[in-house]
Design a protein around this ligand. Sequence first.
Ligand SMILES: Nc1ncnc2c1ncn2[C@@H]1O[C@H](COP(=O)(O)OP(=O)(O)OP(=O)(O)O)[C@@H](O)[C@H]1O
Ligand SMILES: [Mg+2]
Length: 265
Amino acid sequence: MRVLALANQKGGVGKTTTAINLGTALAAIGEKVLIVDLDPQGNASTGLGIDRQNRKISTYDVVTGEARLHQAVTPTAVPRLWIAPSTLDLLGVELEIANSSDRTFRIRKALNELAEFEIEPGVEISYVLIDCPPSLNLLTINALAAADSVVVPLQCEFFALEGLSQLLSTVEQVKRSLNPRLTIHGIVLTMFDPRNKLATQVVADVRDHMGEKVYETVIPRNVRVSEAPSYGKPALLYDLRCAGSQAYLKLASEIIQRERRIRAA
Ligand SMILES: Nc1ncnc2c1ncn2[C@@H]1O[C@H](COP(=O)(O)OP(=O)(O)OP(=O)(O)O)[C@@H](O)[C@H]1O
Ligand SMILES: [Mg+2]
């Protein structure tokens, strides 16, 4: 089981869109994928069509220790894709667990236990994608402490690189103190508009600074991708042929190739 955290403390850069569509694309090529929604906004849950009344057990219960992760796991309309949904309760969870000594390891513990319980007979999850909130708070630290690797969505706009160094130093800190195996898997450029000269410059700058860490695949700005969540569907179900869906399929195979290289090394 590989655990990837989708993290960037900047809001609206495409974390959730990437969790949903990368998750769907990985499932489409045969992986068994669990999305863990760690954002109180619950956008990944809504975007996958999980109504609020169907979130009886959520990541809030998992973080507080009132439930086990497999109990929160809900199937989606996508074969081989499951989600542990979130609710607004998560907003207050930081205070609730602030005084416990294992407060940074709640998600790691939950994922370790997942191996003991089948979410469905015969199903073994191969990829876990954790959708983080737009903050470097305790929830994001929990995700980083539980992850093998971080995927950083970066929006192709002028301020793209701003804040990245803060994120990278947080990852370094977590690696030193909580999770020595943590790595940066890659940086995915999102919402690219080829008609925008600045966006092209931003892509060049980010590649300059971050080199091989940047995935070759760039996710284009695409109306179909932004419409899909309002139908409770991943873009890949809403319109498989649109440029955004095709880009996420390409990203999934690039990620799997990187994984193979990591494993061979
Ligand atoms: N490739 C794309 N094309 C068009 N719109 C996009 C694309 N990717 C994301 N969006 C839109 O941009 C907005 C922000 O995306 P998203 O919610 O994925 O970002 P986020 O980083 O998860 O935000 P937050 O920090 O609030 O959790 C959403 O309205 C989404 O539909
Ligand atoms: Mg989000």
